[in-house]
Every structure is written in structure tokens, then in C-alpha cells.
Design a protein around this ligand. Structure first.
Ligand code: ZN
Length: 185
């Protein structure tokens, strides 16, 4: 398993926010959503579990709303109380449900509408309630979103090191700077 993966359904939210990314080779920001919205097969491959948009897959209005949701989620990363999502939950209400399945958690939040937006908001709401949301963070260097599994929740960077296949070395410039500052003191 990917060590940066989030627990449970929150991993679907992580995959969704990472449809905007800065690839390591080009370092030019890339938005995967237009391609995924136009191609349900690709959508299912890259966003497993997230229902494709049931409306018009090529409708730029729907795409715009998805992009705005992704931006709101990215601005909310790392926050214990992501108040910006309140407006989204008003527009896409959830209902509480007590699943009959004895293996499921005793209370579940479900979207009232079909499609990706309500689905993603329900998963985000579950994570906020479970106290997991604040551990979903964007790396300040490469913007990749990861789940912080560290004991104290203090991880800042995605921890791609220079020796890894990605070779990014995120956080190393800041670490060198703070090392020099400590030395100066
Ligand atoms: Zn990074």
C-alpha cells in the first residue's frame, strides 16, 4: 500500500484533489479533470469508487463546479475546522443513515444527489467528523496531497526524497536553510 494513502474513503478524496498536480518531470501544473470528465473509463481507472458525473460528461458547467470543489478542498487541507466546506454542504446536503449491514459503521453520511460532488463531500464530512481531515495535507514544495500518518501529525512535506524514484527532495531547501540558521545562532 502507498504509505501516503489516506484511510478508508478519504483516499478517494485524496485521488480527486490530486487530479491537479505538478508532474516531477515537467514541473508544469497539469489538470487531469477535463480529460477524466470526458472519458468515464479513464475516470473509473484514476478515481476508483468515485461515481462519474451522471449529467452531461462533456458539459463545461459541470466541469467548472468540479474544479471549484477541488479548489475549495485544497484550500481546506490541514484544517481541523474547514469552514469553507459549509457552503458546499448547504448546496449539496447529506443525510444520516443507519446501515443494516452489521459490518458497516453504525452511522453513515450519504449524499442526496447522484454524482461525484455529493459523494466526495460525504467522504470529506465523514473524515472531518472522524478527526482525520486535518491530516490530509498538500506538500508546500510539489503541492502533492498526502495523508500524514506520523504519530504527532507534524509532517509538512510529502517526503519524496532525492533518492526516491521521483527524485524530488521536497523540503530539503527549507531544511538546509533552517540548519544554517541554527548554526548561525
Ligand atoms: Zn513534495
Amino acid at each position: 500500500m502507498d504509505e501516503k494513502a489516506a484511510p478508508g474513503g478519504l483516499e478517494q478524496v485524496r485521488a480527486f484533489v490530486n487530479t491537479w498536480l505538478v508532474p516531477n518531470d515537467t514541473r508544469v501544473p497539469e489538470d487531469r479533470l477535463p480529460e477524466l470528465v470526458a472519458d468515464p473509463a479513464r475516470w473509473r481507472a484514476e478515481l476508483p469508487g468515485v461515481p462519474p458525473d451522471p449529467l452531461d460528461p462533456g458539459d463545461p458547467g459541470d466541469l467548472g463546479e468540479l474544479v471549484r470543489l477541488r479548489e475549495a478542498l485544497r484550500r481546506s487541507l490541514g484544517l481541523e475546522r474547514p469552514v469553507e466546506l459549509d457552503g458546499w454542504l448547504r448546496r449539496h446536503p447529506l443525510r444520516a443513515e443507519i446501515p443494516a449491514d452489521p459490518d458497516a459503521p453504525p452511522l453513515a453520511l450519504r449524499p442526496e444527489t447522484a454524482g461525484p460532488i455529493g459523494h466526495i463531500l460525504a467522504l470529506a464530512a465523514e473524515a472531518i467528523r472522524a478527526g482525520q481531515w486535518a491530516r490530509l495535507k498538500a506538500c508546500p514544495d510539489c503541492k502533492w496531497v498526502f495523508y500524514d500518518h506520523s504519530r504527532n501529525g507534524g509532517r509538512r512535506w510529502c517526503a519524496m526524497t532525492a533518492g526516491s524514484p521521483y527524485g524530488r527532495g521536497c523540503g530539503s531547501i527549507a531544511k538546509v536553510r533552517s540548519y544554517r540558521e541554527r548554526k548561525r545562532v
